[in-house]
Design a protein around this ligand. Structure first.
Ligand SMILES: Nc1ncnc2c1ncn2[C@@H]1O[C@H](COP(=O)(O)OP(=O)(O)O)[C@@H](O)[C@H]1O
Ligand SMILES: [Mg+2]
Length: 382
């Protein structure tokens, strides 16, 4: 038994966690990570019953076996961000602020006492990552609706000046009622008061590289004022993944655009901090119209001709190489709403055509019937 397995079974077996929670069940495969599943490893996540309120909640415990200042800072920041989002619509709700509780690990030769930091949030039952896994059988209208909900969920964070910086399908969950999508895992998010975040960790890869913007990959990750654009870029990656069979990262790799980003990273590495942004503007301006980005129509899909251009505008608006040219979420929502209207008009027109056809066929059948009757009546008279 590994220490992680022992830890999970110890917590799951406790009749009461911190005197308040029962029936704990680890839900993030902490002890046995699934290969190829893009999951974070910052914490141990349990579902549990809150014995005070009788609701099921999520308990996120700071990983006791991988302590580091960076991880603890992320954990504490998540608690801080969640505090700011209390009672905010479409934002993950905190149920208990960061707290500590002592547990005893039954190891030989003598048990060890450890102090666990944790917080509790509401539970969001719908697994958006799983929905992405089933995208092959998802009708186009459902994809559009899902993406619209994702946009609304991220817009809710941005309205409170919280920028996520690690957006990807497994950091999105959904509510059952109204299909609302809500962002989770706010450990790398920034708040208005966070200035030039994580400058001491500039070398640390924060956020999943497949969803990180080119400027974030090139050393500008810590610039708070750029984080909103990183979220836009990640939304473009998420959109690409939902509407095509592949990930954008894989396609950029095939088209060697990732090589160009590596080259930019090399150029940016030697740039002093004070001129980094202006250097990036120069580089981004050079490449922004020179790269051959994949389009939705490159892949087999059921997107109708009437809306594909609007969807392409959102996608390419979000993934523009130069962050200054990216579209914002309101513009993306405006374009998505046009798609929804066109689709419902298309459906209405199809329905109308079908009704016309039925009407015409009925009329023809009636005329034939009348003629047959008339002819057979004539035959009788003769
Ligand atoms: N509020 C929640 N409701 C339902 N599942 C959750 C919730 N928070 C976390 N999870 C599950 O736990 C996993 C890991 O949690 P997350 O906050 O993303 O931490 P990590 O830093 O380990 O990625 C998520 O991918 C999700 O499956
Ligand atoms: Mg996560």
């Amino acid at each position: 038994m590994t220490r992680e397995e022992m830890f999970v079974s110890l917590i799951e077996g406790m009749p009461s966690f911190d005197g308040r929670y029962s029936n704990l069940c680890c839900i993030n495969n902490y002890a046995n990570p699934i290969p190829n599943k893009r999951q974070g490893q910052f914490s141990v996540v349990f579902s549990a019953t809150d014995d005070v309120t009788d609701e099921r909640v999520i308990i996120k415990v700071y990983d006791p076996f991988r302590p580091s200042k960076f991880r603890m800072d992320c954990f504490e920041r998540e608690g801080e961000v969640l505090q700011e989002l209390i009672d905010k619509n479409r934002c993950l709700q905190l149920k208990k602020a960061i707290n500590t509780t002592d547990v005893q690990l039954p190891v030989t030769p003598s048990p060890i006492d450890i102090s666990l930091s944790y917080f509790a949030t509401e539970i969001l039952p719908v697994d958006i990552f799983e929905k992405f896994n089933q995208k092959g059988s998802m009708p186009i209208d459902d994809k559009i609706d899902l993406f619209r909900e994702i946009l609304l969920g991220i817009r809710a964070l941005h309205m409170h000046k919280v920028y996520h910086r690690d957006l990807k399908p497994d950091n999105l969950r959904g509510e059952e009622k109204d299909n609302r999508v809500i962002a989770i895992d706010l450990g790398t998010a920034v708040l208005p008061k966070t200035v030039h975040v994580l400058s001491s960790y500039e070398k640390v890869q924060v956020g999943h590289p497949s969803y990180a913007s080119p400027e974030a990959c090139c050393g500008l990750y810590g610039h708070r004022e750029l984080s909103i654009y990183n979220d836009y870029y990640s939304l473009g990656c998420i959109m690409f993944e939902l509407f095509t069979p592949n990930t954008l990262y894989l396609e950029l790799h095939k088209k060697r655009i990732t090589d160009i980003i590596s080259l930019c990273e090399f150029q940016m590495a030697s740039e002093p901090e004070s001129t980094k942004i202006s250097k990036w503007h120069e580089i981004a301006h050079y490449y922004t119209n020179r790269l051959d980005y994949p389009t939705l129509s490159d892949y087999p899909n059921d997107i109708s001709k009437s809306i594909i251009n609007y969807l392409e505008r959102i996608l390419h608006g979000f993934i523009r190489f130069d962050y200054r040219e990216r579209i914002n979420i309101d513009e993306a929502l405006r374009l998505i709403d046009i798609c929804i209207k066109i689709r419902s008009n298309d459906k209405f027109e199809k329905e109308l055509q079908k009704r016309h056809q039925v009407y015409r066929l009925n009329r023809i059948a009636k005329i034939i019937k009348m003629n047959t009757k008339y002819l057979s009546a004539g035959e009788c008279h003769d």
